[in-house]
Design a protein around this ligand. Structure first.
Ligand SMILES: Cc1ncc(COP(=O)(O)O)c(C=O)c1O
Length: 396
């Protein structure tokens, strides 16, 4: 059996994604396409089940509240957490901003991030008044944990690392990162945006303190994401936004707040977003994240082999990256590469990927990035290769 047949037979879910018919969508790291099961769950929530949550005394509202809370439990369980440990946010960006804003500094005003972080794991710390130190990368583009250990001081409140890089696909040894952080009394926040859709995650086994991810990268809707936090930690934190749904009692003199997670969810939440997220969680669990991970790793291996056989193509990141391959065609701007690929029916992302410090480390302005999902297969890679050959023909 050749590689192509093996990969195609591993996961066969392309037909469940109505929006990619006749298209080679290789931009799942930006946002995932939605399987029919998620589209149906969202449609049904608006067309049949819709009502507000937490406040209504009528039956439909009670049912909607149960669905909303079921989604919380399922989303937390997906990453090894308990129901009351998961806060719904607008996405990973808001989740990291929340931690940066509410966590008392306790006399420690530094945060240790890495050179490969997405801007949403750099800027929130700066806005919250932290000094940000950046750990260098190993030659093949992983966070250098030996360097992290050497750089960490008792001035660092948080170690904040991407679990999987959105540009290089490099996978962090998260347990080792937790041990390093805790040895110096720092907390570990993991940006799990790219990890949760691509591999099994267990926050308890890792020993993480906070974990952030977005539903839209997990085959779910935009506008909703998750912050998981250790229960005792969340209990100790003050609210960050005030309004309905997060209070216990309000007077003009004093207001008291509900326990987490409600304390951190002011206002009417993204009710149908939670329903869609639950459907997405069920969908990936049904396939199994082990199977999705194996499938995407095989696609990465096949892609790296195919692209490195093309003269003048530079690949970035480690060989065993998770579902993401960044590259450049020598002498061609990544935007031109992506435009020609678009003409060939292949969607890749080009640019700095919200990771400008990493671009500086790579010594480039931009890269082109092919990123996979459960529906990707060898036909996508073949189209990518044909498109890159066209780029080379056009640019001589
Ligand atoms: C690693 C990483 N972190 C954070 C984010 C921000 O996610 P969102 O825009 O959904 O909040 C992204 C999105 O590209 C990402 O890839």
């Amino acid at each position: 059996m050749n590689v192509a047949t093996r990969i195609n037979s591993r996961l066969d879910v392309r037909g469940q994604f109505p929006a990619i018919t006749g298209w080679h969508y290789l931009d799942s790291a930006a946002t995932a396409q939605k399987p029919q099961a998620v589209i149906d769950a969202i449609t049904q929530a608006y067309a049949r089940d819709y009502a507000t949550v937490h406040r209504g005394v009528y039956e439909r509202s009670a049912a909607m509240t149960a669905s909303y809370e079921d989604s919380r439990a399922a989303s937390s369980r997906l990453i090894g957490g308990k129901p009351n440990e998961l806060i719904f946010t607008r996405g990973a960006t808001e989740a990291i901003n929340l931690v940066a804003r509410v966590l008392p500094k306790q006399g420690r005003n530094r945060v240790l991030v890495s050179t490969l972080e997405h801007h949403s794991n750099i800027v929130p710390w700066q806005l919250a008044g932290y000094e940000v130190d950046a750990v260098p990368l190993t030659d093949d583009g992983r966070i250098d944990l030996a360097a992290a250990e050497a750089m960490l001081t008792d001035q660092h409140r948080v170690v904040a690392f991407a679990h999987v890089s959105n540009v290089l696909g490099s996978i962090l040894d998260a347990k080792a990162a937790a041990d390093i952080a805790h040895a110096k009394g720092a907390l570990l926040l993991l940006d799990g945006c790219q990890a949760v859709p691509r591999m099994p995650v267990d926050v308890a086994a890792i020993g993480a303190d906070f974990y952030a991810f977005s539903a839209h990268k997990l085959y779910g809707p935009t506008g909703i994401g998750c912050l998981w936090g250790r229960a005792d930690l969340l209990q100790s934190l003050p609210p960050w936004q005030g309004g309905g749904a997060m209070i216990e009692k309000v007077t003009f003199e004093e207001t008291t707040y509900l326990d987490p997670p409600a304390r951190f969810e002011a206002g009417t939440p993204h009710i149908v977003g939670a329903v869609g997220l639950h459907a997405a969680v069920d969908w990936v669990e049904n396939l199994s994240l082990d199977a999705i991970h194996a499938h995407e790793c095989a696609l990465v291996t096949e892609t790296r082999a195919a692209l490195s056989a093309i003269p003048g193509v530079t690949l970035y990141g480690p060989e065993d990256s998770a579902g993401i391959v960044s590259f450049n065609v020598d002498g061609v701007h990544a935007h031109d590469t992506a435009t020609i690929l678009d003409d060939a029916g292949v969607a890749v992302r080009a640019g700095h990927h919200c990771a400008q410090p990493l671009m500086r480390w790579l010594g480039v302005e931009a890269t082109a990035r092919a990123s996979f999902a459960a529906h990707s297969d060898s036909s996508d890679i073949a189209a990518l290769v044909r498109g890159i050959e066209q780029v080379k023909r056009i640019f001589g």
